[in-house]
Design a protein around this ligand. Sequence first.
Ligand code: NAD
Length: 325
Amino acid sequence: MKKIVMFDAKAYDKKWFDECNGGRYEIHYFESKLNIETVQLAQGADVVCAFVNDDLNKDVISKIEEMGIGIVAMRCAGYSNVDYKSGNGNVKFVRVPAYSPYAVAEFAMGLLLTLNRKIHKAYNRTKEYNFNINGLSGMDLYGKTAGVIGTGKIGKIFISICKGFGMKILAYDLYPDTEADYEYTDLDTLFRESDIISLHCPLTEQTKHIVNEESIGKMKSHAILVNTSRGGLCESQALFNALKEKRIGGAALDVYEEEAEWFFEDHSEKGIRDDTLALLTAMPNVLVTSHQAFLTEEALKNIAEVTLQNIDDYFAGKKLENEIV
Ligand code: NAD
């Protein structure tokens, strides 16, 4: 039986992979993230299965090649952590391009509503029988402008949710949808005119730090930034400074530039050594979640099904529909 070694595996991965596997593969679940120190765990495997914060750099990929493993199955959509162009071409990389764009878009709106209307603070107050509502006011979303960067699968759903709230849309994408029923604009106008900016583009050389000192300088002083895409889209220090100096209204972040060392694990006993993340998390106008926008039962089931199908196709010598090329 072919053997899959899964890194950064959590209980929810095990639940859905075991259910969808139906005994066709031997799956070994490791909680450790994949990096140069842990790659050795894949010795003897036929497949490496990795996730968003695993580090598939050149050296790790070269070790995987040395072990004679022919396929790396990413159980996620983004692959900015995979140096897939390195290596000798003997390893195929596959991914799950879409598992539930609704999960991410709905979560983005959830973050926006929570931060804007301070629901997280109200929850904490009422837990202690503090029913005071001073300081909990937000703004109506109705009539406000949502700037959406990246109008692919997730961005489009986020737009339709915003339209349901009666918001005006300003969109930006390298490849605008010619049949869209919303307005595309340039980045400069989007940053200047939006009350809410939500990021839904991938992390690429072009989009790295698309939110930086300069673009933040264009934003309205009450604007809320929502990032459910990739941490590297925002220059963390510039964002922190702007939030501290109240040059923008707030930020809801499901992703963080240096998240790989911290996210998905419990650091509540030891604390964290990343001062920017620690300060961002503590700020009153910031809401940080741990890269959980994808986390719905539907998405987890789709991830398991598509990942196993990708692996089936590889061993059956079929065309790899979801190959990273
Ligand atoms: P998608 O490929 O369907 O859409 C991405 C869109 O971004 C495309 O329309 C593309 O043209 C556009 N784009 C590419 N380069 C751009 C640029 N330089 N400027 C502006 N637009 C650009 O992807 P998707 O399924 O909508 O996912 C979007 C992102 O969401 C992913 O890249 C991933 O990073 C992130 N994501 C996060 C989670 C989570 O749990 N937080 C889960 C899934 C996906």
